[in-house]
Design a protein around this ligand. Structure first.
Ligand SMILES: Cc1cc2nc3c(=O)[nH]c(=O)nc-3n(C[C@H](O)[C@H](O)[C@H](O)COP(=O)(O)O)c2cc1C
Length: 208
């Protein structure tokens, strides 16, 4: 099982990724390429990524995330690709797998007798996706979240149950050569910077 080793180093130009404080490198070295090699991803590796996601924190420990995966070359993969907007189809079809990150909007909490809306369903699923992405990075795989999809096609492709929400698709693969990308995507195939910490953090209130 290739879940533990970083078999393929990420080809990561780091110019735009200098953190302003000393942090673990995985946080700034992970980025979202669009070019993938043709390498297949073992199901065991995917299950390892979902295992990492499984340990995310959630309100009431409700774990309102669900994952549906499709590996390239399967009918499900073609359905997932078809649900993406054309600009995303252009590169995401090269991924080894696409994963739908789904959240449960309504659920029955432990100790409750009836289902009720669960306000943090998206927030909690976001935490799970982040853990998946970081674990993938540690194992030498790249991930790229995709919010640009047709909600109706996605719902049909996944046979989505009621009260479930498709948050994103995630393209997963080994980082590849950008030469095969459309021009617009090739031009963006580099790690991006972030807003400075001073834009993001206040002490006490926004008025401070
Ligand atoms: C919720 C979400 C939706 C996104 N949707 C798309 C998308 O539709 N197409 C795309 O190419 N990238 C998409 N991205 C990738 C972001 O553009 C990318 O994560 C961001 O620019 C930061 O770059 P980095 O991940 O390389 O650090 C999405 C990311 C997230 C978290």
């Amino acid at each position: 099982m290739s879940t533990t080793a970083s078999a393929t180093p990420h080809a990561t130009p780091q110019a735009a990724r200098t953190p302003s404080r000393k942090i673990d490198s995985l946080f700034h070295e992970r980025w979202s390429p669009r070019a993938f090699t043709g390498e297949e991803i073992p199901v065991e590796t995917l299950l390892g990524l979902f295992e990492a996601a499984r340990w995310a924190p959630s309100a009431f420990n409700a774990q309102p995330w669900r994952f549906v995966y499709a590996r390239r070359g399967t009918p499900a993969f073609e359905r997932f690709v078809a649900a993406l907007v054309p600009g995303n189809q252009a590169w995401a079809r090269g991924a080894a797998a696409l994963v739908a990150v789904v959240s449960q909007e309504v659920l029955t909490l432990p100790g409750q007798s009836a289902p009720a809306p669960f306000p943090s369903h998206s927030f909690d699923a976001g935490a799970a996706w982040a853990q998946l992405a970081l674990q993938a990075y540690l194992w030498g795989w790249s991930t790229h979240a995709i919010g640009g999809f047709d909600a109706k096609l996605a719902r049909e492709a996944l046979a989505l149950p009621d009260h479930h929400h498709v948050e994103v698709f995630v393209a997963i693969g080994r980082q590849g050569d950008p030469a095969g990308l459309p021009d617009w995507a090739r031009a963006r195939e580099k790690p991006s910077d972030r807003r400075p910490l001073a834009d993001l953090v206040r002490e006490g209130s926004f008025a401070g």
